[in-house]
Design a protein around this ligand. Structure first.
Ligand code: NAG
Ligand code: NAG
Ligand code: NAG
Ligand code: NAG
Ligand code: NAG
Ligand code: NAG
Ligand code: NAG
Ligand code: NAG
Ligand code: NAG
Ligand code: NAG
Length: 448
C-alpha cells in the first residue's frame, strides 16, 4: 500500500491557506496577480540589471552544474538536490543540453528562495511504479500524488529542455481505472507541483508524458507559464494518456499562462477550488477536454470559488469540449461560485461541445442531478467571438448551458457566436435554468 508522506486533510489545508495569506501580505500586494518589474529606483545599485522580482539576472548568478546520468537507471536525485541547495539564494542550477538527468527518488524542494533552474537537457523520472506508489507526496484533493514538491519564493525554471514524466508504463498500468472513482487506489504522480510558493515562472521548456496531471499549483501566488509545450502521447492504442491535464490549481491567486501549446488527453487548462485572477492568452489545445473553470463544489460542506478570469485567443482542436464551466451535483457535494469569467476570441475545430455549462458533474444522471442539484452559482460569464466547427457528435447543438435548479446562473452572455455543425444547420444553442437573456436566441434541451 501507498505510504502517505504528506497528508493534507481539507481542514488542515484551510487553516494553512489562511495562515499563508497572512504571511505573504507583507511581501505581496493583496490585489497583485502579476508582480510587475520593480522600478530601477528601488534597486540598491541602479546600474545592476534585475529580473521581474528584483533579483539578479542570469549572467550575474553563480552557476552550478551536476553530473548527468549514464543510463536510465542512474539516479542523480541526490546530486539534483544538493545542486539546487547550492544554487538557492541567488544562483542557477544548469542541466546541460544533450544530457539526461534521471530522478528516481522523491524530492522535497519546499525551501527555495530566489533560484533559477535552467533546463536545456532532459530531466526524466524513472517509471518504477512500485517505488513511486510507495514514495510520494500526497494531497487529499482528488487523491493526488507527486514526485516532488516545489515551494518557497522566486523560482524560475526555464530553458530549451524537457521534463519527461515517462508516463507510458503508468498509462498502461492505469488502463481500466477511473481517477474520480472513490475506490480507485492506482495513483499516478503529477509532473510538476508547487505548494506554498510565491512567484513561480516557467518558460520555454517541454513537459512530456506526465503519468497524470502535468501541473498542480497548491496554496501558491503569482504563477506564470510562458512559451511552454505540454504533450502526452501514448504509443499504445489500448492505454490512453488519461487525466494528463495541462494546468490545475487549488487555493491560488494569480495564474498566468501565455503562448503555450497543450496536446494531452484531458483538460487543457482547468483551475480548481479557490483560484482567482487568471489570465490565459494565446493557448493552443489539441485533443483535450477543453479550457474549463472547475470542476468545483466536489467536497461536502466545502465552499469553492473561481473568479476573475480572462481567457483570450484560444484554439481548441479535436477535443471533447471548448470553453467549459463545471460544477459538481449529487448527495454529498459542496457549494460556492464561479464568477467574472471572460472567454474571448475562441476558435474551435472538430470539438464535441464547443461551449458547455455543466452543473451535473461528474456523470450525475438527470434524475439524481434534479434531486441533488449543484449549489455552485455561476455569474457574469461572457463568451465573446467563439467561432469554428463542432464535431457533430451532439447533432446541431454547439452550445449547452444547463443551470442547476439549486443554483443561480445570472449574467451569462454570448456574443458573436459562429460555430457550425457538420450534423446540419442551423446550429442550436441550449439554455436551461439560466436567469435572464443570454444575448443570443436559444432553446430548451427538450426542444433541441
Ligand atoms: C523499483 O523499486 C522497488 C522498491 O523501491 C525496488 O525494490 C526495485 O528494485 C526497483 N526496480 C527497479 C527496476 O529499479
Ligand atoms: C510557507 O513558506 C514560508 C516561506 O516562504 C514558510 O515560512 C512557511 O512556514 C510555509 N508554510 C507552510 C504551511 O509550509
Ligand atoms: C498496452 O496497454 C494494455 C492495457 O494496459 C496492456 O495490456 C498492454 O500490455 C500494452 N501493450 C504494450 C505493448 O505494452
Ligand atoms: C493567437 O494565438 C496563436 C497561437 O495559438 C498565435 O499564433 C497568434 O499570434 C495569437 N494571435 C494574437 C492576435 O495574439
Ligand atoms: C492533434 O490530436 C490528434 C488526435 O487527437 C492527433 O492525431 C494529431 O496528431 C494532433 N496534432 C498535433 C499537431 O499534435
Ligand atoms: C476556499 O476559500 C474559502 C474562503 O473564501 C474557504 O472557506 C474554503 O474553505 C476554501 N476552499 C478550499 C477547498 O480550500
Ligand atoms: C473581472 O476580472 C477581470 C480579470 O479578468 C478583472 O480585471 C476585473 O477587475 C474583474 N472585475 C471585477 C468586478 O472584479
Ligand atoms: C448563490 O446564490 C443564491 C441566490 O442568489 C445566494 O442565496 C447564495 O448565497 C449564493 N451562494 C454562494 C456560495 O454565493
Ligand atoms: C441515476 O443515478 C442514481 C445514483 O447513482 C442511480 O441510483 C439511478 O439508478 C440512476 N438512474 C438512471 C435512470 O440511470
Ligand atoms: C461564420 O463562419 C463561416 C465559416 O466558418 C463564414 O463563412 C461565415 O461568413 C461566418 N458568419 C459570420 C456572420 O461571421
Amino acid at each position: 500500500m501507498k505510504s502517505v508522506a504528506l497528508l493534507l486533510s481539507v481542514a488542515a489545508s484551510l487553516a494553512a491557506a489562511s495562515a499563508i495569506a497572512v504571511e505573504h501580505e507583507a511581501h505581496v500586494r493583496a490585489d497583485a496577480s502579476i508582480t510587475l518589474p520593480r522600478s530601477a529606483a528601488s534597486n540598491c545599485n541602479p546600474h545592476k540589471q534585475k529580473d521581474n522580482w528584483g533579483n539578479a539576472v542570469e549572467k550575474d548568478r553563480k552557476r552550478i552544474t551536476i553530473r548527468a546520468s549514464k543510463n536510465d537507471r542512474d539516479d542523480i536525485s541526490d546530486e539534483f538536490l544538493s545542486g539546487i541547495k547550492r544554487a538557492n539564494n541567488g544562483g542557477l542550477l544548469h542541466l546541460e543540453k544533450d544530457k539526461t538527468y534521471v530522478i528516481g527518488k522523491k524530492l522535497d524542494l519546499s525551501f527555495l528562495k530566489d533560484v533559477y533552474v535552467k533546463i536545456d537537457g532532459e530531466l526524466k523520472f524513472t517509471d518504477n511504479i512500485t517505488y513511486w506508489q510507495a514514495n510520494n507526496f500526497f494531497y487529499s484533493f482528488q487523491n493526488s500524488i507527486t514526485f516532488w514538491v516545489w515551494g518557497g519564493r522566486d523560482i524560475k525554471i526555464y530553458g530549451s529542455g524537457t521534463i519527461n514524466g515517462n508516463g507510458q508504463a503508468w498509462w498502461d498500468g492505469f488502463a481500466g481505472h477511473e481517477i474520480l472513482d472513490p475506490n480507485n487506489a492506482y495513483y499516478r504522480p503529477i509532473l510538476f507541483l508547487t505548494d506554498n510558493a510565491t512567484n513561480v515562472e516557467v518558460r520555454g521548456i517541454h513537459m512530456k508524458d506526465s503519468p497524470c496531471w502535468n501541473n498542480f499549483f497548491v496554496r501558491s501566488k503569482n504563477v506564470i507559464f510562458d512559451d511552454v509545450y505540454i504533450s502526452a502521447v501514448s504509443t499504445n492504442a489500448s492505454s490512453l494518456p488519461k487525466n494528463t491535464d495541462g494546468f490545475d490549481s487549488f487555493n491560488v491567486d494569480g495564474l498566468t499562462v501565455t503562448n503555450t501549446r497543450v496536446n494531452v488527453g484531458d483538460d487543457c487548462f482547468s483551475p480548481k477550488p479557490n483560484t482567482t485572477n487568471i489570465l490565459v492568452q494565446n493557448l493552443w489545445c489539441n485533443g483535450t477536454h477543453g479550457v474549463s473553470m472547475g470542476s468545483i463544489g466536489q467536497y461536502a460542506g466545502v465552499k469553492d470559488i473561481i473568479s476573475n478570469a480572462l481567457l483570450q485567443n484560444i484554439t481548441l482542436l479535436n477535443g471533447q469540449n471548448g470553453a467549459r464551466l463545471k460544477a459538481w451535483a449529487g448527495a454529498d457535494v459542496g457549494y460556492g461560485y464561479i464568477s467574472n469569467i471572460t472567454y474571448r476570441d475562441i476558435h474551435v475545430e472538430n470539438t464535441d461541445n464547443p461551449i458547455v455549462l455543466d452543473q451535473c458533474y461528474f456523470n450525475v444522471n438527470q434524475t439524481e442531478c434534479a434531486a441533488h442539484p449543484s449549489r455552485v452559482n455561476i455569474t457574469d460569464v461572457r463568451f465573446i467571438n467563439v467561432h469554428g466547427t463542432s464535431s457533430g457528435k451532439n447533432g446541431r447543438v454547439v452550445a449547452d448551458l444547463t443551470c442547476s435548479p439549486g443554483a443561480t446562473c445570472t449574467g451569462i452572455y454570448l456574443q458573436d457566436i459562429n460555430i457550425t455543425s457538420p450534423a446540419g444547420s442551423p446550429p442550436e444553442i441550449v439554455c436551461d435554468g439560466i436567469q435572464g437573456g443570454i444575448g443570443v436566441p436559444c432553446v430548451s434541451a427538450s426542444e433541441a
